[in-house]
Design a protein around this ligand. Structure first.
Ligand SMILES: NC(=O)c1ccc[n+]([C@@H]2O[C@H](COP(=O)([O-])OP(=O)(O)OC[C@H]3O[C@@H](n4cnc5c(N)ncnc54)[C@H](O)[C@@H]3O)[C@@H](O)[C@H]2O)c1
Ligand SMILES: O[C@H]1[C@H](O)[C@@H](O)[C@H](O)[C@@H](O)[C@H]1O
Length: 339
């Protein structure tokens, strides 16, 4: 069966997902698209060779009888309403992060899905599909370094645009770590502290960069993460888990070690798209296959909700300069399996 897909939001990642779904992956075809910029969507549909129907509203794509499933890649504030409309229409939806821009909004999605009685929502936390993170999780689950005690991590971007301001270090960037650590450790968070240290002169006026986030989990694991989005030197994701008998680290992306010009070393990527390109492919192929089976196999609406609650606690901890508790309700039975 070919899954017929509607795309809502055809900006940077929407276009990339549309191309990979239509041309690269198996079992899917993009049949309809929408963007609030209809002219841009029309141009994309033609230029990309996808030649999907361009509809003039998100609801029209959701309602189209030949659309089996949706990809929501519009900007964050539109996600909640669009995902709720997909649930109402009974159609599976892959929603890019964040699931919603507030915890309350994400909760409304969880409640609507539970009410509908069927899991329909997957959230675009692609790191769970990254070969390196998967190998690290396997190592931890096998008990190779004993129980996890500490995690030292870093999320470094070379630069961010002027529109990236304020708490986007948390809502746009650290949100990936929020999801991936609880998946890696099979755990949830209980408290958070955010520390703003000396600011780099390379960050623009609206941004305090870098920051450090300290999370504590239910099992007492302490996680420190540096978020440094104007680091200049590369796109650099680090994760080192200190266990009782050893340290397990996220593998570096493959790069040919060079000895040349009186130096030895390996390259560092500069772009997140390249760093996670294979993860996006694996993620969306898995989504296609699970959707055809009538399942959600990846990060679900509950994971999206937990990420939103945690991100809000981080923002409040940053504002108040306090160590704050993270109050998470128990996972409903409906979401019993962890993706
Ligand atoms: N998983 C990841 O690694 C990853 C990477 C990049 C972006 N994202 C997420 O994907 C989303 C899109 O990011 P982007 O970088 O492509 O942004 P973008 O600004 O390039 O694209 C967003 C597009 O959505 C359109 N849009 C906005 N509101 C809309 C609405 N109500 N209906 C239809 N279209 C609408 C805009 O016109 C634009 O074309 C964001 O939520 C972002 O956080 C995730
Ligand atoms: O939207 C992007 C993307 O999610 C990247 O993975 C992250 O490193 C960036 O900080 C963020 O701005």
């Amino acid at each position: 069966m070919t899954l017929r897909i509607g795309i809502i939001g055809c900006g940077g990642i929407g276009q990339e997902h549309a191309r990979r779904l239509h041309f690269k992956l198996g079992g899917a075809q993009v049949v309809a698209i929408n963007d609030i910029d209809v002219a841009a969507a029309t141009q994309f549909s033609e230029m990309s060779g996808i030649k999907a129907r361009v509809l003039d509203s998100d609801q029209a794509v959701i309602d189209a009888p030949d659309v089996d499933a949706l990809v929501v890649a519009s900007w964050g504030p539109a996600h909640e309403e669009q995902v709720l409309a997909c649930i109402k229409a009974g159609k599976p939806v892959f929603c890019e992060k964040p699931l919603a821009v507030t915890a309350e909004g994400a909760r409304r999605i969880v409640d609507a899905e539970v009410q509908a009685g069927r899991k329909l929502v997957q959230v675009g936390f692609m790191r769970r599909y990254d070969a390196g993170y998967r190998a690290l999780k396997q190592t931890l689950d096998a008990g190779t370094v004993g129980d996890a005690l500490l995690v030292h991590a870093a999320h470094r971007n070379p630069a961010v645009p002027e529109m990236y301001v304020g708490d986007m270090s948390i809502t746009d960037t650290f949100i990936h770590e929020i999801d991936v650590f609880r998946w890696l450790l099979n755990d949830d968070y209980v408290s958070v502290q955010v520390i703003e240290g000396r600011k780099t002169r390379n960050a623009h006026a609206g941004l305090h960069d870098p920051i450090t986030v300290l999370l504590e989990t239910r099992q007492g694991v302490r996680i420190d993460t540096e978020i440094f989005v104007a680091c200049r030197f590369g796109y650099d994701i680090q994760c080192h888990v200190v266990g009782e008998t050893g340290v397990a680290s996220l593998p570096e992306p493959m790069s040919v070690p060079l000895r040349s010009n009186a130096r030895q070393g390996t390259g560092i990527l500069m772009d997140w798209k390249l760093r996670f390109i294979e993860s996006y492919d694996v993620e969306l192929q898995d989504w296609i296959d699970a959707t055809v089976r009538g399942e959600v196999a990846g990060p679900d609406a509950w994971d999206g909700y937990v990420a939103s609650v945690t991100a809000e606690a981080c923002i409040e901890a940053r504002r108040t300069k306090q160590i704050l508790p993270i109050a998470l309700p128990e996972r409903p039975a409906f979401y019993a399996r962890q993706g």
